[in-house]
Design a protein around this ligand. Structure first.
Ligand code: HEM
Length: 84
């Protein structure tokens, strides 16, 4: 099955604690179930809910374990806007 494609507009609708999508390196993660488990706390996740969190995620220097954790929540890819 092809990966699900989301626009940033689609992702932006999932920006609450009960329904939280986060984009990292063009991949979409449904982080809803992870909010309470995040060692860095819920606040930072809510801050980037429905948005691209690549920079914030990389700035922290997350471990390989954190990257593996991400895969559990992968739900699809962001469709880049075509601008020609
Ligand atoms: C769903 C995406 C994310 C996952 C799976 C995740 C996972 C983790 C994990 C496993 C740790 C423990 C340390 C490590 O293994 O690196 C951690 C720590 C941390 N995370 Fe995240 N993280 C995510 C997103 C973010 C974002 C977007 C931020 C925004 C700034 C953030 C900020 C932090 C901070 C500040 C810590 C350090 C906490 C401390 O050691 O006191 N994380 N994260």
């Amino acid at each position: 099955m092809a990966a699900k494609e989301f626009t940033y507009q689609d992702v932006a609708e999932h920006n609450t604690k009960k329904d939280l999508f986060i984009v990292i390196h063009d991949k979409v993660y449904d982080s809803t179930k992870f909010i309470d488990e995040h060692p860095g706390g819920e606040e930072v996740l809510l801050d980037v809910g429905g948005q691209d969190a690549t920079e914030a995620f990389e700035d922290v220097g997350h471990s390989d374990e954190a990257r593996e954790t991400l895969e559990k929540y992968y739900v699809g890819n962001v469709k880049r806007k075509v601008t020609w």
